[in-house]
Design a protein around this ligand. Structure first.
Ligand code: NAP
Length: 269
């Protein structure tokens, strides 16, 4: 992917959480931030992922690659202690983490949602944002900016998205409450509501890959969401260009969220 280069992030350091491979949204954002001069640290979970993560991180000049399972408080404390020992302070954070049992990302929400997976989905996909924001904010001693990734399923019903939609609604509400608490410390907190992208996470949703392509037919721009669009929005929010913007959910979905009824469903006459 070719991202615009420059110095918008020169002198800024930050942590990127949620790169699984080079298709991950977090990776597109990382590439754009690096192309604008940011210094990056990454987290991964699991040994296999470290093997995939290392060459990616090195390709953007990063050698800080830390293990972090966000369901484990001690693991998170250790990750942020290691980051503090390396850098002392950070300027930004990218949280691009979600999980739900794919057996429940299909069919009926009301019939298929178990208590266990409801709690697990909320833990990994929502509480992790709160837990990570708490720890990252302690390192943002000169203010900072943090973002998470959401989806339209927070606001509208999407086939098969089910419990993840409920989790994304809670993620967006959490963004506003975190922003409220951290605002006085000069820390901005926002979410990007991205259109569908071909990633591992999308593959876990039944029919998820069919969502890619709907933008071309139904969005206002008549095109699919691009990684460049998402990464550009992240650059705006995480840099000083985003001054004064906090507690916001910015849609980067070619205007899909604003469509009530598509042209194809209405008579042209
Ligand atoms: P992805 O490449 O699969 O990234 C999801 C990441 O979450 C992976 O790195 C995954 O690590 C990590 N994760 C899951 N459980 C974790 C845990 N317990 N501890 C630490 N990390 C954990 O997919 P993606 O689409 O880029 O997803 C990034 C974010 O964007 C998610 O919040 C997703 O809901 C959101 N989003 C995606 C789309 C889309 O269409 N793809 C649209 C809007 C929003 P493992 O691989 O090791 O599990």
């Amino acid at each position: 992917m070719a991202y615009p280069t420059g110095n918008i992030m020169a002198g800024k350091r930050g942590l990127v959480m949620g790169v699984a491979n080079d298709k991950s949204i977090a990776w597109g954002i990382a590439e754009q931030l690096a192309a604008q001069g940011a210094e990056l640290a990454f987290t991964y979970q699991g040994e296999a992922l470290e093997k995939r993560m290392r060459p990616l991180a090195e390709s953007v000049g990063s050698n800080i690659i830390l293990e972090c399972d966000v369901t484990n408080d001690e693991a998170m404390d250790k990750t942020f202690a290691e980051l503090e020992a390396k850098w002392g302070k950070i300027d930004f954070l990218v949280h691009a983490i979600a999980f739900s049992d794919k057996n429940e990302l299909k069919g009926s929400f009301v019939e298929n949602t178990s208590r266990d997976n409801f709690l697990k989905s909320m833990d990994v996909s929502v509480y992790s944002w709160v837990a990570v924001a708490k720890r990252a904010s302690k390192l943002m001693t000169d203010g900072g900016s943090m973002i998470t990734l959401s989806y339209l399923g927070a606001e509208r019903t999407i086939p098969s998205y089910n419990v993840m939609g409920v989790a994304k609604a809670a993620l967006e509400a959490s963004t506003r409450y975190i922003a409220r608490d951290l605002g006085p410390s000069g820390i901005r907190v926002n979410a990007i509501s991205a259109g569908p992208m071909r990633t591992l996470a999308l593959a876990g949703i039944k029919g998820g890959r069919d969502l890619v392509g709907t933008g071309r037919e139904w969005s206002l721009l008549k095109e699919d969401t691009t990684m460049e669009g998402i990464a550009g929005c992240a650059l705006w929010l995480l840099s000083d260009l985003g001054a004064s913007t906090t507690a916001e959910v910015v849609h980067v979905d070619a205007g899909f969220h604003a469509v009530g009824v598509p042209e194809s469903a209405a008579s042209a006459e």
